[in-house]
Design a protein around this ligand. Structure first.
Ligand code: NDP
Ligand code: GDR
Length: 354
């Protein structure tokens, strides 16, 4: 049997870090694609980095970018992976409204470039492919809870780019017999979550305010509802999809949904600052107060031109076919993230741009 060799794009991101660790623990040789950056972008994988000079090293990094097809072909040719996990993306929904063309290039055509690399190199029968598809495909609510058969209606350039990614994966599966699967993952978070996604923005701010290092948190739409799970558990689901005899598409979700507003309340509670929401009528701009002090304020700049109001997934197929289920509740997740941020915040400078 071939030794298991995985290639992960987006290795420096939240999911890339958890997936690398999982695959290394399972005995894989792991290759990651990282972008060139003027500052360090490997903070999340620092603990698993291995000196490439060591012969025993099983974790390797390659410079690359999803917008550069020759580079991707060369990496796939060199690594000849048994599994590719395509996690790289411009993954921020709001940023995709500002950079729609780049988002399409990386998230949509980038997926095509990798699939073409498999085909050009004749690896259709050797290399299994995982695509990081998303609940953002559902967008405007058509059905709740959302499952594999729910119609898509994306609401952002990001969602639309990922829609192309989803269908090109299905097409290469049907046209060329590639073992290619879409994981339609609902939001998943962790202490490694990017600082500008809402959960982490909230837990960081709650920690910073508790420690007297920040005055206020500015947010956008508090009414949005998300199905939030723990990233560590979701990367296991990705791996399970590629261990199946047949490729397929699966929803990974918790089946519970929570308002952004509620997550704010929990995070501040966990940071030791109980807060209470006041309606718009009482307080024109502010929602949260503690001892009369406004801690959370609404800033219209964080509203999106088109919003996804409600996400709640039905993970029944993943449970039945993969034996996958989430374990951590969103309430526990909030607590873990706040504790981690309190720890980080005690030592770190505060980022100004979130
Ligand atoms: P992150 O934003 O944390 O990580 C994205 C990764 O992609 C980073 O390593 C980033 O590099 C890399 N990247 C961005 N653009 C390019 C490019 N042009 N070429 C190569 N690499 C690039 O995302 P997550 O880990 O949270 O998500 C992983 C994937 O899953 C993404 O595709 C995302 O869209 C998708 N997804 C995420 C969900 C979630 O809730 N987390 C839910 C559903 C889908 P750098 O570190 O240099 O920025
Ligand atoms: P999302 O995640 O758009 O669901 O995409 P994000 O955390 O950015 O937003 C969740 C909800 O919170 C509302 N919100 C804010 N969001 C941000 N980022 N900042 C704010 O200040 C703020 N205030 C309110 C948003 O409007 C939204 O409704 C994530 C990404 O990981 C995608 O890559 C992934 O595909 C989907 O999850 C599933």
């Amino acid at each position: 049997m071939d030794p298991k060799v995985a290639l992960i794009t987006g290795v420096t991101g939240q999911d890339g870090a958890y997936l690398s660790q999982l695959l290394l623990d399972k005995g894989y040789e792991v290759h990651g694609v990282k972008r060139r950056s003027s500052s360090f972008n490997t903070g999340r994988i620092e603990d698993i980095y291995e000196d490439p000079h060591q012969e025993s090293a099983r974790f390797h990094l390659h410079y690359g970018d999803l917008t550069d097809s020759t580079n991707l072909i060369r990496i796939v040719q060199e690594v000849r992976p048994t599994e590719i996990y395509n996690l790289a993306a411009q993954s921020h929904v709001q940023v995709s409204f500002e950079t729609p063309e780049y988002t399409a290039n990386a998230d949509a055509i980038g997926t095509l470039r990798l699939l073409e690399a498999i085909r050009i190199l004749g690896l259709e029968k050797k290399t299994k492919f995982y695509q990081a598809s998303t609940s953002e495909l559902y967008g405007l609510v058509q059905e709740v809870p959302q499952k594999e058969t729910t119609p898509f209606y994306p609401r952002s350039p990001y969602g639309v780019a990922k829609l192309y990614g989803y269908w090109i994966v299905v097409n290469y599966r049907e046209a060329y017999g590639v073992h290619a699967s879409n994981g339609i993952l609902f939001n998943h978070e962790s202490p490694l979550r990017g600082e500008t996604f809402v959960t982490r923005k909230i837990t960081r701010a709650a920690a910073a305010i508790a420690l007297g290092r920040q005055e206020k948190l500015y947010l956008g739409n508090l009414d949005a509802k998300r199905d939030w799970g723990h990233a560590r558990e979701y990367v296991r689901g990705m791996w399970l999809m590629l261990q199946q005899d047949q490729p397929d598409d699966y929803v990974l979700a918790t089946g519970e949904t929570t308002e952004v507003r509620e997550f704010v309340r929990w995070a501040f509670e966990d940071a030791g600052i109980p807060i209470e929401f006041r309606g718009e009528g009482v307080d024109e701009k502010g929602y949260a107060k503690s001892d009369g002090r406004l801690l959370v304020e609404i800033d219209p700049r964080y509203f999106r031109p088109t919003e996804v109001d409600l996400l709640i997934g039905d993970p029944a197929k993943a449970k039945e076919k993969l034996g996958w289920m989430h374990e951590t509740s969103v309430r526990e997740l909030a607590r873990e993230m706040v504790q981690a941020d309190l720890e980080v915040m005690r030592h770190a400078p505060i980022a100004k741009d979130s």
